[in-house]
Structure formats: structure tokens, C-alpha cells
Design a protein around this ligand. Structure first.
Ligand code: R1P
Length: 272
């Protein structure tokens, strides 16, 4: 990871938005609507930001949105990058490095995920308690720049306990039913086979997707606190007798929009 590129991208963004965002949000498939809630938004398309990749997946708009979300200065990624798009892990996680450089302290990472835990229902929100890196590699492989973080980062609390505790309390106050579980990150772009889903369940996975894990590893390396939320967009393969497709993923996120928006806005306010 080239520190100069991180500083350069952050300097470019600081010229467009002079306040310091305290919270960064990565909005998953179909969940980008949250950025539309930002007041007086400053929107910067990814293709204008030096060294930023561009979004290629449906449901990922492809811009950074800075501004006030429920009284808090934030920066939101309306669209994320995935390893299966052909981007290196360095590219996939570059925005997290840039957020850190901008002054972000807390990262809220969201995604659409398949339910592996059979007690889940499509449309459930799940707080990520932990993750399993099943992507066959790690974004920190390569020389370590100690300016960015330590060589061997601790991952015993990848998703901050205090943030999760507060998030559970807020869900109760809002009367939103929020599950908790382990997210498994696969590379995709294929959805899993039924046999793979059975394996992931044995391994302790509750939900599965193709993102989040590299971003969270880099966020922890950079010293950011992380809260993760999955939207269970469908049941993973083999649980229901039906094929999976991305349209259904987007449709389900559309259905939970109201709860998701209300919940994340309340979380942001509480964190500030
Ligand atoms: C598959 O439908 C897509 O939805 C999820 C998967 O990771 C995959 O990209 O997207 P997000 O993880 O970006 O929410």
C-alpha cells in the first residue's frame, strides 16, 4: 500500500469537504439509499478521486457522500469494491485507508448477505459479532508499512464489543428485531453451493457474502473501530428450494429500507 497515494486522495477530498468526518460508512448492495439521508451532501464520484477504483456492480452507485447524517459529520461510500470485480485487495480496501487519513474514527460496514443460520429470515438485520476470512488471502500480505499499522494486528475484537452492545440496546429501543452472528467472507462471484453452505454452518458461520472481511481487516490494521451490519437478503443455497440471484438481493434490501435507515441513523447519533 502506497502511503503517498492515500495522502494524495485524502488531500483531494479535503479540498472538496473541509470538515472532518468522524464516522465512515460502507454501504452494501442495495443499501446505498442511506447516503440519500445525508443533509447538504457533497458528492464525489469515484472516477474523480485519484487512485480510486470505480464501481462495476448493480446496486453500487459509485460515489463518496460527505455531510451531516442525523447531526454527525460522516463520509459514506455509496457503493463498494469487491475482489471478484478483479480489483486487488489493496484496491478493494484503499477507501478505508483514505477514510482513516481523513480523520474517520469509526467504520460502519454494511452488506447484503445470504442467511446460513436457518433461524434467520430474509429481511433480517444481523449485527456482525465476528467474521471468518474464507477468501484465501489477506489484504495485509506484503511489506508492512508501520505508518499504517502493526505487522501482526490483533483480531480478537474485530467488531467492537462496546459498539455492538450499544447497537443491541438501540435496536430494542426502536423495537427493531436485530440478530447477531458470524459473517463468512467468500470471494464470489458465484453464490455458494448447498454443500459449501452446510460446511460454513459447521464452521460457525451465520451469514455469507463476498465483501466486508478485507475492509474490516484493513480498518483494524489502521486502528479504526468497526461496527458491522448484514442485511439477510436471501437464504443461502440449499436452504430453500430456489435459485439465487442478485435482483432478489436488491429487492430484499429495498423491503428493509425503512428499518435499516432508522437504525443506522440512530446508531450514528449514539456514536457521536
Ligand atoms: C451478490 O448478490 C452481491 O451482494 C453482496 C455480495 O457480497 C455480492 O457482491 O454485496 P455486498 O457485500 O457489497 O453488500
Amino acid at each position: 500500500m502506497d502511503v503517498n497515494k492515500i495522502v494524495n486522495a485524502a488531500s483531494f477530498l479535503k479540498e472538496k469537504y473541509s470538515k472532518v468526518p468522524k464516522i465512515g460508512l460502507i454501504l452494501g448492495s442495495g443499501l446505498g439509499v442511506l447516503a440519500d439521508e445525508i443533509i447538504e451532501p457533497v458528492k464525489i464520484p469515484y472516477n474523480e478521486i485519484p487512485d480510486f477504483p470505480v464501481s462495476t456492480v448493480e446496486g453500487h452507485a459509485g460515489q463518496l457522500v460527505f455531510g451531516d447524517l442525523n447531526g454527525v459529520d460522516v463520509v459514506a461510500m455509496q457503493g463498494r469494491f469487491h475482489y471478484y470485480e478483479g480489483y486487488s485487495f489493496d484496491k478493494v480496501t484503499f477507501p478505508v485507508r483514505v477514510m482513516k487519513e481523513l480523520g474517520v474514527e469509526i467504520l460502519i460496514v454494511t452488506n447484503a448477505a445470504g442467511g446460513v443460520n436457518e433461524s434467520f429470515t430474509p429481511g433480517d438485520l444481523m449485527l456482525i459479532s465476528d467474521h471468518i476470512n474464507n477468501m484465501g488471502s489477506n489484504p495485509l500480505i506484503g511489506p508492512n508499512d508501520s505508518k499504517l499499522g502493526v505487522r501482526f494486528p490483533d483480531m480478537s475484537e474485530a467488531y467492537a464489543k462496546d459498539l455492538r452492545k450499544a447497537a443491541k440496546e438501540i435496536a430494542q429501543q426502536l423495537n427493531i428485531n436485530v440478530k447477531e452472528g458470524v459473517y463468512v467472507g467468500n470471494t464470489g462471484p458465484t453464490y455458494e453451493t448447498p454443500a459449501e453452505v452446510r460446511l460454513l454452518r459447521v464452521l460457525g458461520g451465520d451469514a455469507v457474502g463476498m465483501s466486508t472481511v478485507p475492509e474490516v481487516i484493513v480498518a483494524r490494521h489502521a486502528g479504526l473501530k468497526v461496527l458491522g451490519i448484514s442485511c439477510i437478503s436471501n437464504m443461502a443455497a440449499g436452504i430453500l428450494d430456489q435459485p439465487l440471484n442478485h435482483e432478489e438481493v436488491i429487492e430484499t434490501t429495498e423491503k428493509v429500507k425503512k428499518d435499516f435507515l432508522q437504525y443506522v441513523k440512530a446508531l450514528v447519533k449514539n456514536m457521536a
